[in-house]
Write a protein that binds this ligand. Sequence first.
Ligand code: XMP
Length: 518
Amino acid sequence: QLLIIDFGSQVTQLIARRLRELNVYCEIHPFQNVTDDFLAEFRPKAVIFSGGPDSVTRQGSPRPPASVYELGVPILGICYGQQVMMQDLGGQVEGGKISGGGGTAEFGRAYVTPTEQRLPFLDGWFDGGREQVWMSHGDHVSRLAPGFEVFGTSPNAPFAITADPQRQFFAVQFHPEVHHTPNGKRLYENFVKLAGFTGDWTMGAYREEAIRKIREQVGDKKVICGLSGGVDSSVAAVLIHEAIGDQLTCVFVDHGLLRLGEAEEVVTMFRDHYNIRLIHADEQELFLSALEGVSDPEVKRKTIGKLFIDVFQKHANSIEGAEFLAQGTLYPDVIESVSFSGGPSVTIKSHHNVGGLPEKMGLKLVEPLRELFKDEVRALGRELGLPDSFIGRHPFPGPGLAIRCPGEITRAKLDILRKADAVYIDQIRRHGLYDEIWQAFVAILPVRTVGVMGDGRTYDYACALRAVTSVDGMTADYYPFTHEFLGETATRIINEVEGINRVTYDITSKPPGTIEWE
Ligand code: XMP
């Protein structure tokens, strides 16, 4: 396997993405954890040094252990990683000035041209004479380490591509993993090929390996899995079931804040189709009564989060002899980030999860998706036969419809909301837009407005449609529906859903808005 040593770059995860796309298995570890002992145990077949925000000219800046250069495996240094390599191996790095004074700092697009010499690492590069790359550096290499030569230059980075071909050490000043280095993938492809990877890490292989590991970890013990109906917990449940069958019991907590038909869908799919032991904890009454009179968004979240844990625990306790709790934790949650900023970040919303539960219940964790990115989880889901409609579903928040019903939650409002949401999603599907949208839903507003239908006056709720595009939910933009679509949808909702007489479309991006209304 391949080791990525993280020096704190914003884009380290992208390096892993590029390698996974090449069917090469890799892991990211923060530089603090990479010690001599770690390397001896991990035994990487190749190593990549990520970029990072620090300056190697600063005393005490992050370094890998010296033994990494003695492993006899190819190493690729990127940006800060290049500078680390140069300085460790006897070259020199200088600080650049950001602006003025003949500075050499470089940010953004640049073009690299080849030198005389060729290198297998650069196969498929420079076919068109030069390559566009993305630079982001303050410091620069000013003297090469012994054994290194230059293979590519840019106006501000005379050492844009350097290498010691003998030892198979490669070092580049730019970021090949980002979108703005269009041919960057080719460098990773060449690098892994030189390191002897054959690209055999596929989903089929992952499935077999994951099943073997689950069996090994669990033995003949029992596992509990909280099933939400979301992609991650669904894929985890089906995978674990394939490994250990009836030793797995799933607990599905129905808090009464689910979408139309959702509970039945989950129960049918997992109990009837997959034959998974499933406890359907129908606790609607409990949750809805606890939420009566609550209108503060944070109080809603906390109330639901706490009850969720209580309910889950109650049902889990009824499963005798369970020793493990399965969770659909993904790789981005696992990667320990290298934080240089310090200081607490502001809590915008307290996201609901079941953290702390395993310790409280004395359970060990089974996390078969820990190594995967979201799109890989979807690929694994497909591999396991989960229907596309399930795998491609928009994210749905833990507190469910509670946070799409600003103000006080009532059963009547929830019913109206569920119906309106179903019509809206149906519209989106009919128009073939579902997969283009990251998340779409209706929020029922805490205002009633006057309308006229037939010859009569109406006084009903207003609702807001929300649809956003996003890559990770951290930032988002509203989806540019056509006026025809919006008009048709508004008409359908008002005609088909009793209790709503006005429809608005939310055109706020994130930031400054958030995706959900609460
Ligand atoms: P916001 O509203 O913060 O949402 O822009 C970003 C993404 O997170 C989801 N979300 C939640 N998910 N528990 C969850 O499990 C929560 O409390 C929660 N709040 C928001 C939201 O649906 C969107 O995908």
